[in-house]
Design a protein around this ligand. Structure first.
Ligand code: HEC
Ligand code: HEC
Length: 234
């Protein structure tokens, strides 16, 4: 897998603002007056929506703050909705490859080539999903590119499922069908403590790849220290 590292620049540069020459600093470090006199760039790097007057209305003086905010939120809502769908397709693609790896029925003659194709597309699907997921404006920096990238992600994930299906002559179809949330384990419930239990590791096909950890005292509950020894001073 390839980890995207916050592609704000790569998203912004050919979007509506980047292509028009509006820089990061124009929105994120707008000019403010110190003591009502000296003009300086704001160094509070936070959401421009906290101060739409200086961040946006320096250029969009003809629009009011509520309208501008609503346009940002409209894009973010649409982008986030499609992000969740691309995410589900990517999870299904991962599971298709796992199922095809484990498949013991009759494999296609070109099984290996098809599985190579499936794995490449899983990687692509996850990469394009992460391009939007790791970008911090939830689509606003470039709405068209965000949605296009998510569609590329879904296409790649679907191509992975398709290749894995062909590799197994459709043999994995039944196990892969239905709501993807029922196909994958409840990851959020998993913990180091549960990984010490054989019954937990037997409760879902994915968990059988994990080694059982030796029984040991639980020392953290979320962010809270619950160990018997004093909390370590980091
Ligand atoms: C046209 C104005 C504009 C430009 C130009 C712009 N941004 Fe943003 N940026 C925003 C808005 C609006 C958000 C969404 C804030 C929110 O959701 O609260 C945002 C969100 C972010 C965030 C997340 C901040 C947070 O507190 O949620 C980061 C980081 C960021 N932008 C970096 C950049 C970088 C780096 C560039 C240049 C490559 C850039 N932005 C260009 C308006 C802009
Ligand atoms: C330095 C000037 C400048 C700043 C600051 C700026 N914009 Fe823009 N904005 C533009 C330009 C230029 C365009 C391109 C369209 C145009 O020429 O009117 C644009 C376009 C837009 C569009 C239409 C985008 C589309 O998809 O066509 C929206 C929505 C928008 N801006 C919102 C914002 C918001 C919200 C902020 C503050 C976070 C902001 N802008 C800050 C100059 C600016």
């Amino acid at each position: 897998m390839i980890k995207m590292q916050h592609p704000e620049f790569e998203t912004w540069y050919d979007g509506p603002h980047g292509s028009a020459g509006v820089s990061c600093a124009d929105c994120h470090m707008p000019y403010t007056r110190m003591d009502g006199k000296k003009k300086v760039s704001s160094h509070h790097w936070h959401s421009p929506l906290k101060d739409i007057e200086t961040a946006c209305r320096q250029c969009h003086a003809d629009k009011d703050a509520d309208y501008l905010k609503s346009r940002v939120e409209y894009t973010q809502k649409k982008t986030f909705g499609q992000l969740l769908k691309a995410q589900e397709s990517s999870v299904r693609a991962h599971e298709a490859v796992r199922l095809a790896d484990e498949f013991r029925g009759v494999r296609a003659a070109d099984y290996d080539a098809l599985m190579l194709k499936a794995r490449e597309n899983v990687r692509k699907g996850q990469f394009y999903w992460d391009f939007v997921s790791a970008e911090n404006s939830v689509g606003f920096h470039n709405p068209a590119k965000a949605l296009d990238t998510l569609l590329l992600s879904v296409e790649a994930s679907n191509a992975a499922v398709d290749a894995a299906m062909q590799a197994t002559g459709g043999g994995i179809g039944k196990a892969l069908a239905g709501d993807v949330k029922n196909v994958v384990p409840p990851v959020r419930k998993h913990s180091r403590k549960l990984q010490q239990s054989a019954a937990h590791l037997a409760s879902h096909p994915w968990l059988k790849y994990l080694p059982q950890l030796p029984a040991s005292e639980q020392v953290w509950d979320g962010q809270t220290w619950v160990g018997k020894a004093p909390e370590p001073d980091f």
